[in-house]
Every structure is written in structure tokens, then in C-alpha cells.
Design a protein around this ligand. Structure first.
Ligand SMILES: [Fe+2]
Length: 164
């Protein structure tokens, strides 16, 4: 199998998650709970391997360009995990009030900011050596193959814990 291109796939993930979050926000707001739940589930599955790849491989590599700023990226992930938990908690209820639907939509929109910020890292990733890009490709592939959803990864695998 040809190696994945870590720059292309990184952006592809962001597109998928962007579209998912927009769909989630409008479904949660309009009270379409089935769509909101399914979409959140899809996002959780897509984002898990992405975050894991970022924290285990991409961010450490980014220290070459960003130095200690990388720590801020990890803190941003803490916030994203918290926000995803809030949305999941709201949507796991058997019925969701209009106000709660709005809160879930707000959570989805807050996560969009992370998608937008994160995509900017690609402009830096283009400056990695080919050897580094090859390593990142392998790491990205491995994380996808393992396929651990976001909230499960955050709870069971990620060493850094986010308080509820
Ligand atoms: Fe990202």
C-alpha cells in the first residue's frame, strides 16, 4: 500500500470534521436528535486517531519550528476534549430541550475554531524534511489503523487527563 501523504490527509481530516461539526450544529439546533447523535459519533471516530497522531507525533515534531508553543496546542486539545464531552453528554439524554440543543450546537461551533487553527499547522509541516514526513506518514497510518475514538482515547490512553 502506498504511504499516505501526511499533509494531504491532515487537511482531508479537517474537511471531514468541519463538515461534520457544521452538520452537528444545525441538527442539534433544529432538534434533529438522530442526525445529531449519528454525526457526533462519526466525528468522535474520525477525530480520535487525528488527535492521537497530533499529540504523539506531529506536535513533538513541530517543536522544531514552534518550540514551547506546542504546549499551547496540547492545552487546546484539553479544551476540545471537554467540549466534545459536553456535547456527548447532552445528546446521550433521551430527550433534549431546545436550550440544551443550542448548547450542543454551541459546543460544535467552538470545536470548529480548533479545526481552523489546526489546519494552519500544514503551512509549517511543508517545511519538514522528507525523512520526517515519512516518519509522520507511518505514525498517522498507525494511529488510523488503531482507530480509537476521541473520548475513549482521552479516557483510557492519553496520559494527560482532563477533569470532568
Ligand atoms: Fe488537527
Amino acid at each position: 500500500m502506498a504511504k499516505l501523504d501526511p499533509i494531504v490527509e491532515f487537511r482531508e481530516d479537517h474537511r471531514k470534521v468541519r463538515d461534520g461539526l457544521m452538520k452537528l450544529a444545525s441538527a442539534a439546533e433544529s432538534g434533529d436528535l438522530d442526525t445529531a447523535r449519528t454525526t457526533l459519533g462519526d466525528i468522535n471516530v474520525a477525530v480520535g486517531p487525528h488527535f492521537r497522531y497530533e499529540e504523539e507525533s506531529l506536535y513533538p515534531a513541530m517543536k522544531e519550528f514552534l518550540g514551547e508553543y506546542v504546549d499551547r496546542l496540547i492545552e487546546e486539545h484539553d479544551g476540545a476534549i471537554k467540549t466534545a464531552r459536553v456535547a456527548a453528554q447532552i445528546l446521550s439524554q433521551s430527550s433534549v430541550s431546545a436550550e440544551e440543543g443550542k448548547a450542543a450546537a454551541g459546543a460544535a461551533r467552538a470545536l470548529l475554531i480548533h479545526v481552523s487553527n489546526c489546519d494552519g499547522l500544514n503551512i509549517l509541516a511543508e517545511r519538514f524534511s522528507q525523512a520526517k514526513l515519512d516518519q509522520l506518514a507511518d505514525a498517522f497510518q498507525k494511529s488510523r489503523d488503531q482507530g480509537v475514538p476521541l473520548l475513549e482515547w482521552a479516557e483510557k490512553i492519553r496520559e494527560r487527563k482532563v477533569a470532568a
